[in-house]
Design a protein. Sequence first.
Length: 201
Amino acid sequence: MRFLFRLVRNVVVLVLTLVILLAAVTAGRVVLAAQQDDRRASDVIVVLGAAQFNGRPGPYLEPRLQHAKDLYDQGIAPVIVTTGGSLPGDPFSEASAGEKWLEAQGVPERSVLVIPQGSDTLSSMLATGEAMRQQGWDSAVVVTDPWHSLRSTEMLDYAGIDAVASPTRTGPSNDGVWAAVKYTARETGAYLNWYWQRVTT
């Protein structure tokens, strides 16, 4: 009986240790990716969606759009892809709100591709990957919040696109140490969930 108890205890300790180690390594990767800024020339700039209010970008989306426009003005890519769906009954999607904002800032309509499908990062990236392949595009610079860079680029890679990230450095997700800790923790959990889905399906 004592042997069985020790065996169960050791297994539990081993599993917990592995879980903690995996979480720590993932958090480190999230932080490392957040520090990167890859502005290589690409086919498109992909802006990850976030909340909009009656067609006006919210406090997370507008900094992403501004950074995407800056990259566009620098000649990083000739097209900006806006992503993100809408809530039931909402006349605007996150993607269409992004398009509206960009065009108001002087980006030509022909230089914006709207992908209004997707209720989360994965579904948005799968829809974006499909639309890009139809256009013959295979490379992208992803614009999102720093802590979201790892997961969003890996999901777009999963969709068949060579993706790098140039995250925005403004907005609520960049508001000090507490924001960094909070969003790193959230993204660590979200990434591990994404990883689990990949290995079990």
